[in-house]
Design a protein around this ligand. Structure first.
Ligand SMILES: NC(=O)C1=CN([C@@H]2O[C@H](COP(=O)(O)OP(=O)(O)OC[C@H]3O[C@@H](n4cnc5c(N)ncnc54)[C@H](OP(=O)(O)O)[C@@H]3O)[C@@H](O)[C@H]2O)C=CC1
Ligand SMILES: O=C(O)C1=N[C@H](C(=O)O)C[C@H](O)C1
Length: 254
């Protein structure tokens, strides 16, 4: 399969290696300095483009790739609030294709299914209150992480006593802490910590007066995100519309 890369940073470089090792050809790499290449024949020849950039530029990259007629896989986070509905509409009604996930790792897909199931169980146990936390490397631009938001949405859909997630405490790279986890009974706080080179640590904690139950996903490297993104690209080559991990692993939705 012919793959184009948009964004050649930490994820883009690792995706290049894994895609080649699975027999794919990298036909074009677009970074911040060669934006004209969206119009190149090399880019247009790609079966799929894989985009990992940042919250500020992802939307524009999607529009440029759509214009060039190239299907997209993207893991960029932090753009959904502003542009999510428009991009989904372009895919569901406008004939464009984007496979997007806040987290491509197979482990997080499993974690997400467990998270939803646990939230459903907790409807029967009102003594437990729920909080979330996510820890990432100091270079990360968005907070809470895209994964934390997706996990929070999974809780809100399944736990009747919560209807909104809110930003909790933020621990900055220099150790200063701002914000609070105190919130109304219907709110789910997400604490964010930025330290060192942490790849991605997500926890959901249910606490009563007598005990607590915590589920955690801890990425040991970027390997899981990278493999998942390449698997998603292989899937996207033969599918259309607004796609996600629930299309790749439908059995996790039951
Ligand atoms: N869904 C998932 O599984 C995962 C998602 N992510 C998300 O993916 C995104 C990228 O992560 P990561 O690779 O670690 O970030 P990096 O900052 O390492 O890489 C992003 C790259 O994009 C480049 N870039 C900036 N603007 C443009 C542009 N307009 N067009 C093309 N390239 C551009 C940057 O260049 P320069 O440095 O010169 O600005 C940089 O090389 C983030 O939003 C992160 O949250 C990350 C890991 C997993
Ligand atoms: O920026 C990162 O590194 C990551 N971002 C994603 C997110 O915002 O959830 C996924 C992963 O946790 C790594």
């Amino acid at each position: 399969m012919k793959i184009a890369l948009i964004g050649y940073g930490k994820m883009g470089k690792e995706i290049e290696k894994v895609a080649r090792s699975r027999g794919h050809e990298i036909v074009c790499i677009i970074d911040i300095n060669n934006q004209d290449d969206f119009e190149s024949e090399a880019f247009k020849s790609a079966d799929v483009a894989i985009e990992f950039t940042n919250p500020m530029v992802a939307y524009n990259n999607y529009i440029k790739a759509f214009k060039a007629g190239v299907k997209l896989v993207s893991g960029s986070t932090g753009w959904m609030d502003e542009h999510g509905e428009e991009i989904k509409r372009l895919c569901t009604e406008g004939g464009k294709t984007l496979f997007w996930s806040s987290n491509f790792s197979l482990g997080v897909s499993i974690f997400s299914a467990v998270n939803k199931y646990l939230a459903k169980i907790m409807n029967q146990f009102p003594a437990y209150d729920v909080t979330m936390s996510e820890t990432h490397h100091i270079h990360k631009l968005d907070a809470p992480s895209g994964t934390a938001i997706t996990l929070a949405e999974g809780i809100l859909q399944n736990l009747d006593r919560k209807d909104k997630w809110v930003k909790g405490t933020f621990a900055a790279p220099d150790g200063t802490v701002s914000g609070t986890n105190d919130c109304a009974a219907n709110e789910l706080p997400i604490a964010s910590i930025r330290e060192g080179e942490v790849f991605g640590l997500h926890s959901v904690r249910y606490e009563s007066d007598v005990d607590s139950i915590t589920i955690t996903h801890d990425a040991k490297s970027r390997g899981g995100f990278v493999l998942g993104a390449v698997l998603a690209a292989e899937y996207t080559a033969t599918h259309e519309g607004f796609l996600g991990m629930s299309d790749l692993f439908p059995f996790l939705n039951d």
